[in-house]
Design a binder for this molecule. Structure first.
Ligand SMILES: Nc1ncnc2c1ncn2[C@@H]1O[C@H](COP(=O)(O)OP(=O)(O)OP(=O)(O)O)[C@@H](O)[C@H]1O
Length: 302
């Protein structure tokens, strides 16, 4: 069931069209990604959804509420983690949570929340003394303190080290599993691939595609490649005879087989039947990166 509906959203800044007819729906209980390069219009789109910006035209509905007309009601059900939010350096973790808690009718238990975010030992620590990862966790806690039904997280893991990123991803999955619907704004492919149930690819203010990460890659190509080093010589025809195999290439001692569907299973069983062991076996598929380039004609870094 759709919990958020965005239809034909348009937003200009002066003469620049930042959002150009964006439409999508978000289902209850999913992590919905908004993926696109810098300046694509992601933040403007979610800010219209949050009621922080007024669209020039188009409609937004969050749980049946209009972000402007029903702003007060919306605040009670929507949690927002703003991109690069900063709190006063001297404000302690516990004080920040108490302050934000006071804005909501049915807030979460702050002790439970900060424990689940691994900030239990930091209640008395001033914001300015927290590490980047801890500050990020606090901003997530503040987005969740109102017990929201929907949380919007903008550039969740920017500036975090690899371990902190992985911890944050796990945390977001737990939040989703607790029943909160999440909109995740990101320009990281790995984050989108790992976390999002579905995602909208946005480029130059337009939605290019909405699909699951696997669906997006499948649109581009269903081709798979299997690479390995065989323990004994064999003729290419052995594999080429398989309906799943499209081509066999050799690169030194390495064999590269391309094809589709159950390629790995088909290749592995033929090799086993011929007593050939496949060392350093790797399966490669089209990545979300490749899909993004194919869909938008550019790399997300540009
Ligand atoms: N307040 C503003 N005034 C003028 N132009 C703006 C404003 N905010 C955004 N823009 C422009 O609108 C376009 C879309 O910006 P937006 O922040 O929505 O994109 P984004 O995809 O979220 O990018 P980023 O990841 O860099 O935040 C960009 O070209 C940006 O420069």
């Amino acid at each position: 069931m759709a919990i958020i509906e965005v239809k034909d959203l348009v937003k200009h800044y002066g003469t620049q069209k930042a959002v150009d007819g964006v439409s999508f729906t978000v289902d209850e209980g999913e992590i919905f990604g908004i993926l696109g390069p810098n300046g694509a219009g992601k933040t403007t789109t979610v800010e219209c959804t949050e009621g922080l910006r007024t669209p020039d035209s188009g409609t937004v509905s969050v749980m049946g509420l209009d972000p402007h007309r029903d702003a007060k009601e919306l605040k009670q059900v929507l949690g927002i983690q703003l991109q690069e939010s900063r709190l006063p350096d001297r404000l302690r973790v516990g004080e920040a949570l108490d302050l934000y808690r006071s804005f909501y009718r049915n807030p979460a238990d702050p002790a439970k929340l900060i424990d689940s975010l691994g900030l239990g030992a930091r209640v008395k620590t001033p914001y300015g003394k927290l590490s980047g990862g801890q500050q990020q966790r606090l901003s997530i806690a503040l987005a969740l303190i109102g017990n929201p039904r929907v949380a919007v997280l903008d550039e969740l893991t920017t500036g975090l080290d690899p371990q902190a990123r992985r911890d944050t991803w796990e945390l977001i999955e737990q939040v989703r599993d607790s029943g909160v619907t999440i909109i995740l704004v990101t320009h990281f492919m790995d984050e989108a691939e790992r976390l999002c149930d579905r995602l909208a690819v946005i480029d130059s203010g337009k939605v290019v595609a909405v699909d699951t990460p696997a669906g997006l890659t499948a649109r581009v190509s269903a081709e798979q490649r299997v690479r390995f080093r065989p323990s004994a010589e064999f003729a290419d025809a052995l594999l080429l005879d398989l309906p799943e195999v499209a081509a066999v290439e050799r690169n030194g001692a390495q064999v590269i087989v391309s094809g589709s569907e159950n390629l790995l299973q088909a290749v592995a069983s033929v090799l086993a039947r011929n007593q050939i062991v496949a060392a350093d076996l790797r399966v490669e598929q089209v990545s979300l990166d490749d899909a993004f380039v194919a869909l938008t004609g550019k790399s997300i870094e540009n």
